[in-house]
Design a protein around this ligand. Sequence first.
Ligand code: BGC
Length: 759
Amino acid sequence: MINYLKTYSTFLALSLLLISGINAQERIPEVEELLGKMTLKEKIGQLNLLTPGGGVATGSVVSENVEAKIRKGQVGGLFGVAGPERVRVAQELAVNHSRLKIPLLIGSDVIHGYKTTFPIPLGLSSSWDMQLMEEVARISAREATADGINWNFSPMVDIARDPRWGRIAEGAGEDPYLGSQVARAMVRGYQGDDLSQPGTMMATVKHLALYGAAEAGRDYHSVDMSRIKMFNQYLPPYKAAVDEGVASVMTSFNDIDGIPASGNKWLLTELLRDRWGFKGMVVSDYTSVNEMIAHGLGDLQAVSALALNAGLDMDMVGEGFLTTLEKSVEEGKVSEESITNAARRILEAKHRLGLFEDPYRYLDESRPAKDILSPENRAAAKEIAKKTFVLLKKHENTLPLDPKAKIALVGPLANSQNNMLGTWAPTGDVKNAIPVLEGFKRSMPGVNVSYAKGANITDDPELARKVNVFGPRVEISEKDPAELLEEALELVRKSDVVVAVLGEATEMSGEAASRTDLSLPPSQKKLLEALVETGKPVVVVLMSGRPLTIEEESRMPVSILQTWHPGVEAGNAVVEVLYGKYNPAGKLTATWPRNVGQIPIYHSAKITGRPGPDSEFQKFKSNYLDAPNTPLYPFGYGLSYTDFEYSNLRLDKKKVGQGETITATVTVKNTGDYDGEEVVQLYLRDLVRSITPPSKQLKGFRKVFIKKGATAEVSITLQPGDLKFYNSQLEYVSEPGEFEVFVGGNSEQTLKAGFELTN
Ligand code: BGC
């Protein structure tokens, strides 16, 4: 164990604290002592986060001369470096060759699993299972730390109500209540109770803030939003992560009130630190400090000073802090104290991780072989993936499939190993993924299944080129599309049932993957139409990183199972669900629109003064000439192989005082032929209040297992905070008056009851 800092006297440290006038209670003596020895240059060095390349670079820049910079004490952390041997080389450079021997933070984007890739986060949230989310994070942390990583750039908790935005795939969807629960679960899973324990890593909540509200769903676009909307709808998940003790925060690329997040003092200091009490470190996004030049806020020195003065601690890749802060101190544009504060927060993070005690604590060469991609982790990935699938449509009794039926497995995603992991899985390896065809062979070896591609994901080579940035995701066959189709139809004629695996390639969603058309590409539409025309029963297994506009397909005589991008065990999970080894129970966490023109569309929209009817058009009402207001599939929606019937919603009181709880209970009966799970959801409407209320808001849910024919009494208790909102003074209050409670299996089909909140 290296314990080189402890040799200095506590007395010296305490005197330093008194001199700098800082509350000794909150300071860590070792860190203060170290700060006392650091030159300005060395402090600035700690604020510098580099990536030597080799991982996925998401900007145009990759860091240079990393080794020399580490030696000079110009680097506080690295990312994109993994494996105990490689990390050891970097850590030894810092610890043995830099003057102050300060160990490095080692970061990574472990978004939905490390090597054991789980489904994309939007899929994970569709499980509505917080223990499962925590487990995903725990397994991810165990694997990543085995590879030398101590700092994760996850969870991404940006509320997204615009599926044109490709990064909707990376979060938990549209709802702040659900999003907050997910944020907390993931922080707990990554960090555990004590960051210095093996298998835990520092989490980063990102991207502060409002990144998911990019105008027109175009990535990196501007955001302009009222404070009321921010506080009530978009900020809660970030705050929930902070309340859960998240160790770091990453800023977003977008501007807020005209100032990009990385330079926004209101956001990083007034809100995050002063109002929310955040004590950890704030890191920029990839070159987001430098990008303030393009935003129009000045040169590198100006934007770097702006960021530091706003409260940003660490500069990711851009090196604006490294190259300009000293000059800004000389010119009085930045105080040395602000730099010391930023360096302190980074050193405190290293201290929490136990890196000062042992810089090599994450570098156990024996761990990767036993902890990474272990059979247990793969098994967990399979079980978890099954829980994320959402049954969108049941047609007749095609599902679950009959093991005796002869299957025609068709579609461009049916045997596409490259498209199983999903977007933002840079630490995963597509070679480990199980495609659906292989899933049939492994999970249902007795089944008679034959495969034909039938169509390309898209026939458009230009789109293919844009999507194939991280490897071949769209592979356009050398065969003519008509020939591909004919091959599939020939197979179908000889089979009993068609399973068509259709949807998006993984990189059709994710970062910088916005789309203005969310329908199935024409090549796949054509295939599906032809399959349906054969008259054979068709099951569509849909894969995508976002809600799609599939209104036409939803009217076809087909069953539809939405499986997102299911991760490393994709094929096994899909096949087990198709054959009813697990009865799907996922529920949508983002509304599926009928068409792109309805976007943004979400369940908690305001009522307006002229509420629109759901179907028939009415002049001078809030509705469209050419589409209803209702979505194709609402928030919270998802079917099961069985059916559930809701009745007898009751509340334990008619009046509730401020500070009291109220419990709703509903009877849920499994009326179908299978055992199954159901996510019982509770929505609340505040009938009269000082600012216009949403039509309803999710305020509670419970996932229950009910045997076929059985009945469950399901209770959900509302806490006093569930009746609160931010008023026009941004005070968090509940106002006396009438409330309506809606309980059901999705946000539209609900039973209703009411109560009064008294003074
Ligand atoms: C993304 C972040 C990510 C970072 C580092 C950026 O492009 O926006 O979410 O953590 O790259 O890889």
